[in-house]
Design a protein around this ligand. Structure first.
Ligand SMILES: Nc1nc2c([nH]c(=O)n2[C@H]2C[C@H](O)[C@@H](COP(=O)(O)OP(=O)(O)OP(=O)(O)O)O2)c(=O)[nH]1
Length: 154
C-alpha cells in the first residue's frame, strides 16, 4: 500500500500564535500642528520619536487607553476624533494603530520616565525626526490630514 505522505515529510502540530498586543498612539493636533514625543526607554528606542500612548489593557477600548495613557504620560486630556488608516507591526508581538486626537485640557508636560522632549510639528517638519520604525507608515496620511486643516483655515 502506498504511504499516505511522501517520505521525508514530517508532520508537526500547529500551535496558534497569540494575538499581538495592541498599542495605540495619539497624533494630538492643535492649531494645524501635531505633537511628537521623544522616548527615554528602552535603550534601543531612546532618543527616537513616537506618538505618545501605550498598550491597550484587557477590557479597555483603544480610545480609553489613549485617554488614560496621555493623562499619565503628559498630564493632558484628549478626545479621539478619528484613526489614521492601517496598522503596523511592532516586532512580532505588538501592533500599532494611531488615532487623531484633539487637546481638551492641559499642556503637555512629559513624565521624564517615558519622554524627555515633545515638539509641535507642522506637516513639513514630520520627516525631520528620527521616528520609531512602526510609526513611519502613518506619516503620509498624517501630513495629508494636517494639510487639509491648513487648507480649511484651521
Ligand atoms: N506608545 C507608543 N509606543 C510605540 C510607538 N511606536 C512603537 O513602536 N511603539 C512601541 C514602543 C514599545 O515597545 C511599545 C509600547 O510600549 P509603551 O511603553 O509605550 O506602553 P505602556 O506605557 O503601556 O508600557 P508599560 O511600561 O506600561 O508596559 O510600542 C508609538 O508611536 N507610541
Amino acid at each position: 500500500m502506498a504511504a499516505p505522505y511522501p517520505s521525508g515529510v514530517v508532520l508537526t502540530r500547529c500551535v496558534p500564535l497569540p494575538d499581538p498586543v495592541p498599542v495605540v498612539g495619539a497624533a494630538i493636533v492643535r492649531d494645524g500642528r501635531v505633537l511628537a514625543a521623544r522616548r527615554t526607554t528602552p535603550p534601543e528606542a531612546a532618543g527616537r520619536w513616537e506618538f505618545p500612548g501605550g498598550k491597550v489593557e484587557p477590557g479597555e477600548t483603544p480610545a480609553a487607553a489613549l485617554v488614560r495613557e496621555l493623562r499619565e504620560e503628559l498630564g493632558v486630556d484628549v478626545a479621539v476624533t478619528g484613526w489614521l488608516p492601517g496598522s503596523a507591526a511592532i516586532g512580532t508581538t505588538h501592533v500599532l494603530t494611531v488615532a487623531v486626537a484633539a487637546l481638551v485640557d492641559g499642556s503637555p508636560d512629559p513624565d521624564p520616565v517615558e519622554h524627555d522632549a515633545v515638539r509641535w510639528l507642522e506637516a513639513s517638519e514630520l520627516a525631520e525626526l528620527d521616528w520609531l520604525e512602526p510609526d513611519r507608515p502613518f506619516l503620509a496620511a498624517l501630513a495629508g490630514h494636517l494639510a487639509s486643516l491648513t487648507g480649511a483655515g484651521q
